[in-house]
Design a binder for this molecule. Structure first.
Ligand code: NDP
Length: 322
């Protein structure tokens, strides 16, 4: 079967489209014929070595497909079922062995590209809005990369929860997209003093929460944009990781809170994974959540898909059609 793998870390060019033996499902696993694999920033961190992996390695964590064989001990999955997952290394492949208890069944009313996008980006937006900082009508949220894959789902969830959303984007087209999703204000964050603009928009108070996935380039403005006792949620590294900083920075700005969350701690149990999946599927089938697919590439063009994601020019989900 075909799969995308890398033997050394580096740029997208280290990704190879190769023939490998198909996996056999071990105990607790199911074999899946992959329909779509999702392209996510974490795949680029694995490939570049920012998050070290044993080499050689497969790439990709997320996908959707049809169960074609069942491993020992699996009782709640059946051949022919459509499932999705977000934490199986090597998901850029025609077949993958997935832990049954780390997958969820996709209902008929959710199409496969959408199910794939929900598995990692949707789940991330869900835990950020519902659990890391449970948003409500009393909150103002500043959201970076708001037109991105996670960002546009997060904007919709935040609006549904009644929060006032200040959305940061880099282009007019992205600004139009997030306005259409319900963002109350758009900040062209690369061109203005974000913290000053947030103060203007909040009568000098600041935001209750900042969701920052850009990292190195924006973390200081994010802290500066918060109200006293506000919460900085630093959940990504699109421009590089947030550098080490002095805790006094939180004190000086008014007893701030910061957290550096990751998805896998918020879907740590099968029950939590299933409950977030059910919540997202309900929102999609009722028409209350829209997932936008930016582009779909053949599996062999995984390197180009990652180049495009890393360019910062994409707006929505990137998929590999397997
Ligand atoms: P996006 O679709 O949001 O793409 C990244 C966006 O970041 C770009 O479109 C761009 O938006 C912005 N950006 C700013 N600076 C840069 C830069 N130097 N290079 C590239 N992009 C830049 O990606 P995802 O939705 O897939 O992921 C967003 C972030 O969320 C990533 O950092 C990822 O690691 C993180 N993440 C974290 C998770 C967690 O649990 N902690 C789970 C999932 C994702 P603009 O044009 O508006 O600036």
């Amino acid at each position: 079967m075909k799969a995308v793998r890398f033997r050394t870390t580096g740029g997208p060019e280290v990704l190879e489209h190769v023939d490998i033996d198909a996996p056999t499902p071990g105990p607790g696993q199911v074999l899946v014929d992959v329909e779509y694999a999702g392209v996510n920033f974490i795949d680029t961190y694995h490939r570049s070595g920012l998050y070290p992996m044993p080499l050689p390695s497969g790439n990709g964590l997320e996908g959707v497909g049809t169960v074609s064989a069942i491993g020992d001990g699996v009782t709640d999955r059946q051949v022919g079922q459509r499932i999705a997952w977000a934490d199986t290394v090597g998901s850029y492949a025609e077949q993958v062995a997935v832990r049954a208890d780390r997958s969820f069944v996709v209902p008929d009313g959710v199409d496969s590209p959408t199910a794939c996008a929900l598995a990692l980006q949707g789940m991330t937006a869900h835990y950020l809005a519902f659990s890391t900082f449970p948003l409500g009508a009393e909150h103002t949220a500043l959201i970076y990369a708001a037109a991105g894959g996670v960002g546009r789902i997060l904007v919709q969830l935040a609006v549904q929860r009644g929060a006032r959303v200040l959305a940061c984007t880099s282009t007019e087209a992205k600004a139009d997209a997030v306005r259409a999703l319900g963002a109350h204000e758009v900040i062209a964050y690369r061109d203005v003093d974000v913290a000053a603009r947030v103060r203007e928009l909040t009568d000098g108070v600041g935001a209750d929460v900042v969701y920052d996935s850009v990292g190195a380039a924006t973390w200081q403005s994010s802290l500066d944009s918060l109200r006293p006792r506000g919460t900085g949620v630093f959940y990504g590294n699109a421009s590089g990781p947030v550098p080490p900083f002095d805790l006094q920075e939180l004190n000086k700005r008014g007893s701030l809170f910061v957290t550096r969350p990751k998805l896998f701690d918020y879907v740590a149990t099968e029950a939590e994974l299933a409950s977030r999946a059910a919540s997202l599927h309900r929102l999609v089938t009722s028409g209350d959540l829209k997932v936008d697919i930016h582009a779909t590439y053949p599996l062999a063009e995984a390197a180009q898909a990652q180049r495009d994601l890393e360019s910062g020019a994409t707006a929505g989900k990137l998929l590999l059609k397997v």
